[in-house]
Design a binder for this molecule. Sequence first.
Ligand code: ZN
Ligand code: ZN
Ligand code: ZN
Length: 226
Amino acid sequence: MRKSIVKISLAVAALFYFSLTASAADTSCTHKWSDWKISREATCTSEGWKTRICSVCDNWDVETIPATGIHKWSAWKTGSSATCIKDGYAWQQCFLCHAYREKDIPATGIHGWGKWYTAKKATISKKGTQKRSCSSCKKEQTRSIAKLKPFVKFSKKTIRLKKSQRQSLKITYAKGDYVKSWKSSNKKVATVSKKGKITAKRNGTARITVKMKSGKKATCTLKVSR
Ligand SMILES: [Zn+2]
Ligand SMILES: [Zn+2]
Ligand SMILES: [Zn+2]
């Protein structure tokens, strides 16, 4: 076999090896080839080439290496993040040929809930409502707040007044409740109006009781002195 197939795909290679192959056109040599030596690696999209040399006649043989088709991809980068209901995507690029590709990032299904806020306050007779919404998809969630426990209390346990003094009593109670009645245990010492205003009448002690619609009661002590 005296064939030396010269396949040169690249112009540069052709120029470089032209003189060698042309000058060594000895057809009588049975060629003793060296191992192939890669002169240029093939990449994803471009051919490489390899050469070998005959140790007898110094003739060169050049062969192309086909493009590998294997890209050298960068790491995936996020193009847009996935949200609770919307897919995102990631992309990457080949370092060698700049080929570009994308892939979907599936929607997370996880809502980005905001804080609960009270949409409707609870009272002693009705449940309240709290709401929160997802910042991405605006989906809303509702939950109820338990009814309030009724209570009533005076801001002061003991009140001291001078004779003929008048004073409104301060109480606190749960939303939805209201005063049903006021009562003085000793009307000679002090009276109390429907609105909780005391009139001190004479020296002594009286117990003032407030009764709520809910049934809750509270009492304070009133001391009247000169
Ligand atoms: Zn040879
Ligand atoms: Zn590539
Ligand atoms: Zn959402």
